[in-house]
Ligand binder design. Structure first.
Ligand code: SF4
Length: 427
């Protein structure tokens, strides 16, 4: 066995199960079973420790219509389905950099529509950026500089569990700032203050998610010196918002953050845009940056690779041999429910729970070994998980750093990139 994948303790391992991509995990490997023994969180423990099914298990075997088959038969059948499809949809897209590159190569070859499983959340940020831009910072800058953090949302700790531990509660900063003096403002229904250890200066403005945009717009007005014709904004006294505006002006390095996955209500991109514009307004007199948090199932990775190759992050078609972006027309769920796509290629290498949506459209599924689809797809091919079964690369949610992932066990499974290249050779 490769000494790199033998049973042992692995140190400084990067995690791919949320956009923070923590790279300080210690992982114990014993008989192909993984366990986090140092650092980590519940989310990564669940991702790393998911058991590898026995070699003979059905969901570790390639299948055609629910019957085990050889890998070569599964590849040939997949190639035949793709060749005959007139409007194929590539969805899921939970993979690493190499998998994303192979996906786009195949999509370009056959003229597919491409839509990541997290596109609804991704579009809330992307539409705001496309319309008016944003001024963002990086996780490293936040860790070392922030003195006032304003969180819009219901609790970023649920989806990025170690955010406060690594980027707000850090005892030391690179430039010797006293991190205990940091201030936190929680706008929304968040209980994140329970996780904040350093700061005694926490302010809470409870509100419903749909009111976050109203509060951001009110703050913009006050930053710009306008008065509001009301005493309360979403239940918050105007005087308290004026105090926050003064704190933002006085801060040395303030940060406004949110997770677009939480903003699950109509036209939430306008809430994101209000936060982004608030940051710009504060920068006229002081310094402030936006920090869009989030990420799972390789969404930031796919967005980066797709953007550098096509100019678009998701929801585009390569059918006319040039990228055509349309966030409504190329919404994968809509294409499936209205049967405008005639074939789905679904990729989910990180999470067995992210299965293809139920639809009448035939599917080829490249799923993490152990995935149990609701109904048997035309073809199921179990794939290796990046950072567990094979090495690779993944982008952090600030899109500034790409983290190397290691192979921790010898599962014998092939990566998404290898499977897609093999399918392409069968075309
Ligand atoms: S916070 Fe995210 S990246 Fe860090 S260990 Fe947990 S799941 Fe992994």
């Amino acid at each position: 066995m490769d000494t790199n994948t033998a049973d042992k303790l692995h140190h400084n391992i990067a995690c791919s199960f949320c956009g923070l991509c923590c790279d300080d995990l210690t992982v114990q490997v014993e008989n192909s079973q993984l366990r986090i023994t140092d650092n980590g969180c519940d989310l990564c423990q669940a991702g790393f420790s998911e058991p590898l099914p026995p070699t003979a298990a059905v969901n570790r075997q390639p299948q055609i219509n629910g019957h085990s088959c050889s890998l070569d038969d599964a590849l040939a059948r997949s190639a035949g389905l793709l060749r005959d499809s007139r409007q194929p949809l590539f969805g899921g897209l939970g993979t690493d950099v190499a998998g994303a590159r192979a996906t786009l190569q195949l999509a370009d070859r056959i003229g597919a529509i491409v839509d990541h499983m997290n596109s609804a959340a991704m579009m809330r940020n992307i539409l705001a950026v496309q319309d008016s831009g944003w001024m963002t910072t990086t996780l490293t800058e936040v860790r070392n500089h922030v003195d006032l953090m304003v969180v819009f949302g219901n609790g970023i700790a649920e989806r990025t569990p170690r955010f406060y531990e690594r980027f707000f509660n850090n005892a030391e900063s690179m430039f010797g700032h006293d991190t205990r003096q940091r201030e936190l403002v929680l706008i929304g229904a968040s209980n994140d203050n329970e996780l904040v250890q350093n700061s005694s200066r926490i302010t809470r403005f409870p509100c419903a998610p749909e009111q976050l945009g109203t509060i951001a717009m009110a703050l913009r007005s006050l930053v710009n010196g306008k008065s509001l014709q009301t005493e309360n904004i979403a239940g918050i006294p105007q005087s308290q918002l004026l105090e926050l505006v003064q704190r933002l002006r006085d801060a040395r390095y303030s940060v406004v953050t949110w997770n677009s996955s939480e903003l699950d209500f109509p036209h939430a991109e306008l809430t994101v845009q209000a936060c982004c514009e608030l940051v710009k307004d504060i920068n006229i007199e002081s310094r402030c940056s936006a920090l869009p948090l989030g990420g799972s199932n390789g969404d930031h990775t796919f967005a980066q690779v797709a953007t550098w190759q096509t100019g678009y992050a998701s929801r585009f078609s390569l059918a006319s041999r040039k990228p055509h972006f349309d966030p409504l027309l190329f919404d994968g769920e809509r294409l499936l429910s209205e049967q405008e796509a005639d074939l789905l290629l679904w990729i989910s290498a990180f999470d067995t729970r992210r299965k293809p949506p139920l639809s009448a459209v035939p599917a080829i599924v490249l799923g993490r070994a152990g995935m149990q689809c609701e109904t048997s797809p035309e073809v199921f091919i179990p794939v290796a998980t990046p950072g567990i079964d094979h090495s690779g690369h993944i982008f952090r949610c600030d899109s500034i750093a790409v983290l190397p992932l290691q192979s921790l066990r010898a599962s014998g499974l092939l990566s998404v990139a290898a499977i897609l290249q093999a399918i392409t050779e069968h075309l």
